[in-house]
Design a protein around this ligand. Structure first.
Ligand SMILES: O=C(O)CCC(=O)C(=O)O
Length: 298
């Protein structure tokens, strides 16, 4: 039997935190070992074949084998509800701690998880800011740990980021992000014009499988077409909000996914739907102990 290597906790240096704050992103070339990568990837085919270990459906689902075009990007969100192996990564205290630490939060609450699987010739993903999609929370601030589950390289439709764009004074709007009919960077050009940045620098992210990038919620990012004929690009993203976040008053903000989990007449966020995997004072949502292991905390 193969021994499962324990994940070694990561501790950021002051320079790394400072880089994240100044640039809006931070890359770790090594985050998960390949055994963990394979364990996660192995769960995707059953999920896209509607075989849910817990019997619960995901929040969102794009690209279905045999129903969608063959090159459609497969994205699924809210996967932790469907599968406890996926949940052991999504709800890991390690990811919540790292996400929250970069933002200077004293606790991290899970917001959502998502896989992004881009087969050969998969189209682009529109440029966007993740904070645009969490406006039903107060504060409307999210941070994302995006893990490469295959080598993330430009020719295979890697993530593209614009360093420093989290500080731009501009707006974004909610869009359907897949297979744009116009230039997938158009929202970025519009934002750059509004922010007075004539030539934004777009950086294709190059990270080996198992590496990750942390994305500030206001950082502009998207992804290009997968130009290869034989490589599927896979990634997994876990987004965190502050542990003490609340819902906005009813009707405020964009509530497509998140507001469906709000209690009527309340702004408190229910930990059954948005658990708290890490806080500096040691609190962790108790139900996590029963629900799943923590894949990244020994
Ligand atoms: O992986 C991709 O292609 C896009 C990911 C993304 O936009 C995100 O995780 O916010």
């Amino acid at each position: 039997m193969l021994a499962v290597m324990a994940h070694q906790p990561i501790h950021f240096t002051a320079e790394q935190v400072q880089q994240f704050q100044a640039q809006g992103f931070l890359v770790l070339e090594k985050f998960m070992d390949m055994e963990a990568v394979d364990r996660l990837v192995d769960r995707f085919d059953p999920l896209f074949a509607t075989r849910f270990e817990t019997g619960i459906y995901p929040d969102e689902w794009h690209g279905r084998p045999s129903q969608s075009v063959a090159n459609a990007t497969r994205q699924m969100a809210g996967m932790w509800r469907c599968d406890r192996t996926v949940a052991s990564f999504s709800l890991s205290g390690e990811i919540a701690r790292l996400n929250a630490t970069l933002m200077g939060w004293s606790g991290g609450r899970f917001a959502t998880d998502s896989c992004w699987i881009k087969p050969p010739d998969a189209p682009e993903v529109y440029f966007h800011r993740n904070n645009t999609y969490v406006s039903s929370f107060a504060p409307s601030s999210v941070v994302t740990c995006w893990v490469a589950l295959s080598d993330a390289v430009p020719e295979a439709g890697t993530l593209e980021i614009v360093p420093g764009s989290h500080q731009w004074n501009c707006s974004d709007r909610v869009r359907f992000l897949h297979a744009p009919r116009e230039d997938y960077r158009q929202p970025l050009w519009d934002a750059a014009t509004a922010a007075g940045v004539p030539s934004p620098e777009i950086v294709p992210v190059n990270i080996p499988a198992g590496g990750c990038i942390f994305l500030h919620g206001d950082l502009w990012h998207g992804s290009g077409r997968n130009h290869t004929s034989d490589r599927t690009r896979r990634s997994f993203a876990v987004s965190t909000i502050p542990a003490d976040a609340q819902f906005q008053p009813e009707g405020v903000g964009y509530g497509y996914i998140f507001s469906r989990y709000r209690r009527v007449g309340e702004t408190a966020i229910d930990e059954s739907f948005f658990p708290i995997p890490w806080t500096a004072n040691g609190y962790r949502t108790p139900l996590l102990l029963e629900y799943c292991e923590d894949a990244l905390t020994p």
